[in-house]
Design a protein around this ligand. Structure first.
Ligand SMILES: Nc1ncnc2c1ncn2[C@@H]1O[C@H](COP(=O)(O)OP(=O)(O)OP(=O)(O)O)[C@@H](O)[C@H]1O
Ligand SMILES: [Mg+2]
Length: 505
């Protein structure tokens, strides 16, 4: 078979201070295929795609698009070549609607030179219809779900006539339902002759949607396979360079004293709507309690209330016998409650600061890192380097800014900081979002270790597999309540699916 090649990146090398992000990379994508790009955190996937999209320039190498060699030194050039990219962090204007965002900078003008809103709306809706997208033209992005925002980003590339779409970890932030919808969209795009490059850490998705897959490790291409000729286990070991256990190893929990007791908790969301209504929950030392549920059923607001980020409207949060429902986030932290937030870039990190500054975020005011208000720099450096080692944060040194880390390594900084504080209670929201398969294994082991050392853990995750594998008890959240408690060993996925849809009988 002779397939037409849409993209050929030849011998791409790109260095940053102290790191070779891409090393002699050869990457080929056929026209009309869905090509997955996988690899460990920091393997160089996003860098390679930024080079293709003109955000970064390679030190060496060539870019061939549809058979002709191109120099892509700015995004505009990439767009003119029919390349579109959707980043993990969206670039939409929150107060704008989908058509306004899509047209931004490229608004059609009428004969009087004014923006032709009607024309814009129509072309956006036409494209949406062609590819089977559901779009509400009046909805502002601030009120839209993550899935809708992502579809808007994809539509924006199509509006600019993209034929080659790069999606950098599109499913990391999606619910399983939204992922299914995205996959339908991707299939339609490919049926219409488009080419899709898809980065993900979820190997099951690779097997489900991709025709071929390229595996990267430490800046180099490890191999290219047709998905029908490979397997999840094979891809995982190619990525990580060792065998990965896709199961969590742990003994039976041995819960002791009660650490947290939530009584009849009510919480309103940012729009003033009731998001949590009457949650009852208890967590003991030595156990991991999981919360499962379709996203948007109050999990976010529950965690925000427990960590002081949102005021509860009613009820009690008894922690070691004291009601902390009206405590500030800072005071809650001081009581040894750790929090891995679901949204790392806004609440978990200061990406402008160094890795070490982020790593010591909470312990700076305590011994041994500081004494009488003075930092012990040597100890701080030692502490930060140890965490870098223990949590496998891939970076030449801890003085670099967090924003220079790859997505998954940023997440590891948050996890390292929170778990290293010797917390009594750990509240982990989506702790492995964007993390590669080898490090997911490590984070799960660390959560189990916390439990075995007598810690209490609350694990909230949109990944049902994760909650079921790691937690000892799981509460299913539906419309602001925990509608069912289950022993994860005793229920199967389809039963959980029913509970998550609110069917408990
Ligand atoms: N702007 C930058 N400055 C310095 N180093 C960088 C910069 N961008 C990326 N790097 C480094 O280049 C390497 C590759 O990063 P990249 O973001 O491409 O990884 P990735 O494969 O996308 O990982 P992830 O799965 O975690 O998103 C990493 O070591 C990262 O720290
Ligand atoms: Mg990346």
């Amino acid at each position: 078979m002779n397939k037409e090649i849409a993209i050929h990146l030849k011998n791409i090398t790109k260095s940053y201070p102290g790191v070779i992000a891409n090393k002699n990379v050869d990457f080929q994508v056929n026209k009309g295929e869905i090509h997955a790009l996988v690899g460990e955190n920091g393997a160089g996937k996003s860098t390679l795609m930024k080079i293709l999209y003109g955000i970064e320039q390679p030190d060496e190498g060539e870019i061939v698009i549809n058979g002709s060699m191109e120099t892509i030194n700015k995004v505009e050039t990439a767009i003119n070549l029919g390349i579109g990219m959707v980043h993990q962090e969206f670039t939409l204007v929150p107060s704008f609607t989908a058509p306004e965002n899509i047209g931004l900078g490229q608004e059609p003008k009428n004969s009087k030179g004014l923006v032709d809103w009607k024309g814009l709306n129509k072309s956006v809706m036409d494209i949406a219809e062609k590819y089977g997208f559901k779009v509400d033209p009046g909805l502002k992005m601030i009120d839209a779900s993550v899935g809708v925002q992502q579809r808007t980003e994809i539509l924006k590339t199509l509006y600019r006539n993209a034929n080659i779409l790069i999606l950098d970890e599109p499913t990391a932030v999606l619910t399983p339902q939204e992922t299914d919808e995205l996959f339908n969209v991707i299939r339609t795009l490919v049926n219409e002759g488009k080419t899709v490059i898809f980065i993900t850490h979820k190997l099951r998705e690779v097997m489900e949607i991709a025709d071929r897959v390229t595996v990267m490790r430490a800046g180099e291409v490890q191999g290219v396979s047709e998905t029908k000729n490979t397997s999840i286990t094979e891809l995982a070991s190619q990525m990580v360079g060792r065998e990965v256990f896709l199961q969590v190893k742990k003994d039976e929990a041995d819960p002791k004293d009660e650490i947290l007791n939530v009584e009849n908790l009510w919480v309103h969301d940012a729009r003033g709507l009731l998001a949590v209504n009457g949650v009852e929950m208890s967590i003991k030392e030595g156990e991991i309690v999981g919360i499962a549920g379709v996203e948007g059923n109050g999990q976010t607001e529950l965690v925000e209330a427990l960590t002081g980020l949102r005021k509860a409207s009613r009820g009690k949060i008894m922690y070691l016998g004291e009601d902390i429902a009206s405590s500030t986030p800072k005071n809650i932290r001081r009581k040894k409650i750790a929090h891995i937030p679901e949204d790392r870039t806004n609440t978990g990190l200061n990406t402008q600061l160094s890795i070490w500054e982020n790593l010591i975020g909470n312990s700076y005011f305590r011994k041994p890192l500081s004494s009488k208000g003075i930092f012990n720099l040597k100890k701080v450096a030692k502490h930060a380097n140890k965490l870098k080692e223990d949590f496998d944060i891939r970076s030449p040194n801890v003085s670099l800014k967090v924003k220079s880390l790859s997505g998954g390594n940023q997440q590891k900084v948050v996890v390292a900081r929170e778990l290293s504080e010797d917390p009594t209670l750990t509240i982990a929201s989506q702790p492995t979002r964007g993390v590669d398969i080898g490090n997911i294994e490590a984070i799960h082991e660390q959560l189990v270790q916390m439990r075995d050392d007598g810690g209490a853990v609350l694990l909230v995750s949109a990944e049902l597999d994760e909650v079921m594998a790691v937690a000892d008890r799981v509460g299913v959240m539906y419309e602001g309540q925990i509608v069912k408690w289950v022993n994860p060993k005793e229920v199967d996925q389809s039963q959980m699916g029913l509970y998550m849809a609110g069917v408990t009988e």
